[in-house]
Design a protein around this ligand. Sequence first.
Ligand code: B12
Length: 209
Amino acid sequence: MGAPLSELMRDLVEDELFEGVKQQLNDGVPPEKIFAELQKGMEFVGDKFQAQEYYLSELIMAADVFKNAASLLQEKFQSDEKDKIATMVLGTVAGDIHDIGKNIVSLIFSSNGFQVIDLGVDVPVQRFVDAVKEHKPQLVGLSCLLTTSFDSMKETVTALEEAGLRNGLKVLVGGGPLDETTRQYVKADVLCKDAPGGVEIAKKLLGVN
Ligand code: B12
């Protein structure tokens, strides 16, 4: 047994990490579990950054390592669902350019029968409003990794409300530093701690299984 994947991710030992992921897949470990380990590793990376043991260059490298490791799991998250369950307008809110989590949400929701309209990163409030008017989704997904952008999330939800678009629309939020208090603050419907869990929550909200 090698080191846990979360620690290999934290220490940015790319080759060993990839081997570990492949090995666990071969051993029949569920991809959700492997993915959760990778995500935990990214949290460790964040902690090291905060403790000034890692600098921006390590964050950038971590982003790359994570993306490559997660791509090994990609096809395992695919479902056979053919009909579209629902549409989700998704984006990282204004002021924030983190997109790894959002891209994974996009990938995993798309692979599970959702149509995803991905607006990208640093998305202005009005773009969300316009996209909801245009695509008439059942879900809006807001991603945010920066506490300084919590207010953008709140403004986005408020703008949807003020445009009369909030009725029947479910707002899902996610991103490392979010907790239940944040969810309440921004007036979203649910907090999703990871993408596979988000799919389950979304299906429940929509009454599909
Ligand atoms: C990688 C990284 C970066 C990369 C991002 C690369 C990219 N293309 O995204 C780079 C180097 C660019 C970066 C930049 C910065 N970063 Co940064 N970064 C991180 C780090 C280490 C990992 C984030 C990540 O990708 N995690 C992995 C993914 C898979 O997890 P996730 O995003 O949480 O998403 C999952 C779930 O949360 C959920 N989810 C997320 N969104 C949504 C949405 C929906 C709808 C659903 C259903 C689910 C869902 O599902 C996802 C998949 O399972 C975090 C540490 C951390 N603890 O999060 C810091 C962190 C977020 N960064 C931080 C900071 C401070 C910055 C900078 C300001 C640094 C600087 N001085 O310039 C800049 C910000 C620039 C900006 N304006 O946005 C801080 C934020 C602190 C705070 N309290 O606000 C953190 C927490 C690090 C720390 N501990 O200090 N960063």
